[in-house]
Design a protein around this ligand. Structure first.
Ligand SMILES: NC(=O)c1ccc[n+]([C@@H]2O[C@H](COP(=O)([O-])OP(=O)(O)OC[C@H]3O[C@@H](n4cnc5c(N)ncnc54)[C@H](OP(=O)(O)O)[C@@H]3O)[C@@H](O)[C@H]2O)c1
Length: 262
């Protein structure tokens, strides 16, 4: 395990699922943790849990909605005042919409972009100058396999992840000479509350996900490994890699497979 002693890591969506598992995994590296999500009680419980086994870890949490720009400004100012640096930003907070395109209200299309895309962009706009000034840093944008190839019944979610991938690719090159690594990582089906947190509109036709989910601990371990190795674009699951390969060379075959889901 690479040591991150003396460095500061921000994780959004740290109150549960992959974000909380990432906090537990990053705690093993000795990094100072800044945990961000709306549910304060869960953030406090996570801090208590981590500090029981890793008393030496410095942790702080900010209960805020990442779409609230003034709250994000105050959080960043406070982190810089307290720790004087930000070394890692993991843009992890997001949610899904499980609905037919025509049933998804326009307001919901805009809202999901606010959380899944624009909030991450805003955080990067705040953090990149700090990283550049201090001579380096790492940003990991948590995407999805469906950011590589969109699926039916989740068009808006797929579009947010695909747009985040495009920004990541641009920024990766823009910041390469400035010592800042900008990465995209794509979990596949992972055992979290993600499906329970999805918004739904109209009649949902969606069947269960036909794969065994990855555990959050495995997911977090693979993500921290990718972070350590500066992997530009990590796909975490075998089925995800297969789907992206099939889509690249036989897109109409994948269309036919996906027709069974509609
Ligand atoms: N689970 C999967 O199968 C899967 C697959 C591919 C990609 N992913 C990606 O992995 C990431 C984590 O998802 P997950 O599976 O861990 O989902 P999850 O269990 O639903 O967790 C989502 C986290 O995001 C936070 N969040 C959502 N909206 C927020 C907001 N407006 N402001 C602040 N925090 C917010 C939630 O905290 P609060 O409610 O406390 O704010 C929660 O901590 C997401 O980017 C997701 O797209 C997941």
């Amino acid at each position: 395990m690479q040591s991150w002693n003396g460095t500061v890591t921000l994780i959004t969506g740290a109150s549960g699922g992959i974000g909380a598992a990432l906090a537990r995994e990053m705690a093993k590296t000795g990094a100072t943790l800044v945990l961000i999500a709306r549910r304060d009680g869960l953030l406090t419980a996570l801090r208590d849990e981590i500090s029981k086994t890793r008393a030496q870890i410095t942790m702080t949490s900010y209960p805020l909605d990442i779409t609230n720009a003034p709250a994000v400004d105050r959080m960043i100012d406070d982190v810089v005042r307290r720790f004087n640096r930000i070394d890692v930003l993991i843009n992890n907070a997001a949610y899904g919409i499980d609905s037919l395109f025509v049933d998804t209200p326009m307001a919901a299309e805009r809202e999901i972009f606010e959380t899944n895309l624009f909030a991450s962009l805003y955080l990067m706009k705040k953090v990149l100058p700090i990283m550049e000034r201090q001579g380096g840093g790492k940003i990991m944008n948590i995407g999805s396999v469906v950011g590589h190839r969109a699926m039916p019944l989740m068009s808006s979610y797929c579009a947010t992840k695909s747009a985040l991938k495009a920004y990541t690719e641009s920024l990766r090159v823009e910041y390469a000479k400035k010592g800042v690594q900008v990465m995209y990582a794509s979990p596949g089906h992972t055992q979290t509350e993600f499906l329970a947190h999805q918004k739904r509109f109209g009649v949902t036709h969606r069947r269960g996900v036909p794969t065994t989910p990855m555990t959050v601990d495995t997911c977090a371990r693979l993500l921290v490994k990718a972070l350590n190795k500066n992997r530009r674009d990590t796909i975490l699951t075998g089925i995800g890699k297969l789907g992206i390969f099939v889509n690249r060379f036989f897109p109409s075959l994948l269309d036919r497979v996906l027709l069974s889901r509609v």
